[in-house]
Structure formats: C-alpha cells, structure tokens
Design a protein around this ligand. Structure first.
Ligand code: NAI
Ligand code: MN
Length: 337
C-alpha cells in the first residue's frame, strides 16, 4: 500500500509498505479521504513531543471497512470515520469518563500509524458508521468538530452567553459554528488577524468580527461595554489567557486548548475576584456520535472549511498550501481512493 511517512523531522515521502492485517478486535479501513491538521505539520517539523519516527501521519480520515479481525462484527463496505483517540478503559481518567486524557493515551496518526495511507488497521470501537446523508468529503471533518464538541461540553453554553472566540482557523471555525448553530448562543464575537478568516467566521455564524492586528480587542470591547461570559481560545498564543481573564465578565468560563510550552503569567487575584472557571480541553472524549448527529441533521456546515483537495502524490504542494496560505486556505483534504 502507498502511504505518506514522516521519516524524521523535515523528511516526508510516499512509501510502499505491506498492507497490514487487522489484529483481533480491529478493522481494516480502505481510506478514501483524509484531512490535514496543524498537528500533522508539527509532526513534520519535529515540534510534536509525543511522536516517534518514522510515522504514517493523519488522524482525520474516512473510508470503508474492508477486513475485520477476529471477534469483530462489522460489515465489509461500511462507511466509517475514525476517532483517533485510543484509551485503556481502566486508569483514573478513563473510569471518570475522560478517555481523551488516558494515562496510556494513543492517538492514531501520532503514537501509531494513521490515515494518510491506502489502508489502516484500527480498533473496531474507533470506527463510527457514517450515515448516507453525510457526503464522503465531509466525513473526515467529524474529527475537528469533535474538538469543538469537547470544549463546549466542558465550558457549557447558554443561549444568553456573550461569547468571544479567539482565532478563526479550522478549530475556531468549528467552535463558532457549534456555538451559534448547535447551541444558539445569543451574541458571538470573533477575533483574528487575517481578514479572509474573519470572513469565514461571519459565514460560520459570528455576529461581529474584530481584526486584533489592526485594533486592540480589549479597547474595542471596553468602549462598547461588551463583557464576554464565555471565551474560547482557538488561537492559543500564550499571551491570550491573561487578556481573556482581564476582559471576561465575572462568573465567566474560559476554554483553552493550546499546547505551547512557554509560561503564561496569570494573576490569581483576577481569577478569584471574578470567580472565573478555566477549562482545558484536549482532543475528544467520545464525541464522535454527537458530531455525526450534528452533521446528519445539517446543524453545522463543514463545507465552509474545505478549501483544497489533492491526491496523496501531491503531498508537498498540499502541505505547502496549508502552511503558507492561511488567507486562501483553510482545510486541505487528500483524495486517496
Ligand atoms: P490555525 O493556526 O490555523 O488558526 C489559528 C488562528 O488564530 C489563525 O487564523 C490566526 O491568524 C489566529 N490568531 C493567532 N493569534 C491570534 C490572536 N492573538 N488573536 C486572535 N487570533 C489569532 O490553527 P487551528 O488548526 O485552527 O488550531 C488552533 C489552535 O488549537 C492551535 O494552537 C492548535 O494547536 C490547537 N488545537 C488544540 C486541540 C486540542 O485538542 N486541545 C486540537 C486541535 C488544535
Ligand atoms: Mn485534527
């Protein structure tokens, strides 16, 4: 089978490998579509601390079951999207319903081989059937929307919230659509530095956008008397949390998702005085069924994010476009079969 392997940081190539056979409890997926995520870029650049090389990357993928391991009851040909989170089911986080931070967490495409490949073998429990009303090219986007499902479950969302989202990249846009179109948040403000991304934010349900590169966001909010009750940081610069604490309403919730290793300076008094709740969110804890239901009911618009598609053989231009054209490019998808 042909697959895209990051052999070591900075070195990526299409490689021919033997097609794997499913182990007991696994299914083999013949992959049709797979999306590039910022974390794939981190693996390529050697800035993901969790990965071993060489690795077949890709954790947002869709295809059809084409073989099953012993003990698995699944029909060949079933359309499936793959939840990349593999957990042990026995450690403390697993037993309290937080499998996405399992002590022995394995992420498909990071800790084990992923979906930029013609085939992948994965635990049967991680394959979610895709209903007929979801087209092939939207199915891989279930994974990025599961990030939004996870963080909004942590923060809670109320129709009366005044919400602020930092960042209108792929993740910010999923959050924006979920806040507006799933939870019907009353007022939704979005900040980014790239106008084209703010246009996507408006198309995704933002009521108001602010270009934080041209205007000071805290000043604009202060002048207009806006005090967000729910803030989600989908830009993840380490400076944002301190700003969010300053501009938040008392009793607000703040959701964070960043992986920066740079320290962030937070003043305890400001958090306590407003009794703010700060929720961290990582990957997704079994949110795929929920997101598939949103897709099937047409509540969210994954097609808004999808700007480019390439065959796997054009991986170099696909990654270059994804990395270097944030104004013209949002989600890039490989058409594998
Ligand atoms: P992206 O880089 O495509 O988008 C980030 C956006 O934020 C860009 O449009 C950028 O212009 C904007 N931005 C940067 N600094 C800003 C600021 N100070 N104020 C307002 N906007 C600003 O990244 P993507 O893929 O959308 O992911 C966003 C972040 O979420 C990344 O840091 C990523 O590591 C993190 N992430 C976390 C996950 C988790 O499970 N915790 C899962 C997926 C992504
Ligand atoms: Mn992803």
């Amino acid at each position: 089978m042909k697959c895209l392997v990051v052999e070591s940081p900075g070195r990526m190539a299409i490689v021919d490998r033997p097609r794997p056979d499913p182990a007991p409890g696994e299914v083999r997926v013949r992959i049709e579509r797979a999306g590039i995520c910022g974390s794939d870029l981190h693996i390529f650049h050697g800035t993901n601390p969790f990965v071993d090389y060489p690795r077949i990357i890709g954790h947002e993928f869709y295809g059809r079951i084409d073989a099953v391991g012993s003990g698995v009851r699944a029909s060949i040909g079933t359309r499936v999207v793959v939840d990349p989170v593999i957990s042990c089911g026995r450690c403390y986080p697993c037993t309290v319903g937080r499998p996405n931070v399992c002590e022995y967490l394995q992420v498909i495409g990071v800790h084990r081989d992923g979906g930029f490949s013609e085939f992948a073998c994965i635990p049967a429990a991680n394959a979610y059937e895709v209903p007929a009303e979801i087209p092939d090219n939207r199915a891989p986007l279930v994974e990025p929307y599961s990030i939004a499902a996870n963080i909004t479950d942590h923060t809670g969302v109320d129709a009366t919230d005044i919400a602020l989202v930092y960042g209108a990249g792929p993740i910010g846009l999923t959050v924006i659509q979920v806040l507006k179109h799933v939870y019907g948040v009353g007022r939704l403000i979005v900040s980014d530095m790239i106008d084209a991304r703010l246009d996507l934010a408006l198309a995704s349900g933002a009521d108001r956008v602010i270009n934080g590169g041209r205007q000071s966001l805290p000043t604009v909010l202060a002048v207009e008397g806006i005090r967000p009750t729910l803030i989600i940081d989908a830009a993840c610069h380490p400076s944002i949390l301190a700003e969010a604490i300053d501009i938040a309403s008392p009793a607000a919730r703040i959701g964070i998702m960043g992986f920066s290793s740079d320290p962030t300076s937070v003043v305890q008094q400001k958090v306590t005085a407003k009794e703010l709740a700060i929720h961290a969110s990582r990957l997704n804890g079994r949110k795929f069924a929920k997101v598939i239901d949103w897709f099937a009911r047409g509540l969210v618009a994954p097609e808004t994010l999808l700007t480019h598609h390439f065959p796997l053989s054009e991986f170099a231009v696909a990654f270059d476009t994804f990395e270097n054209d944030p104004a013209g490019c949002c989600k890039v998808q490989f058409e594998i079969a």
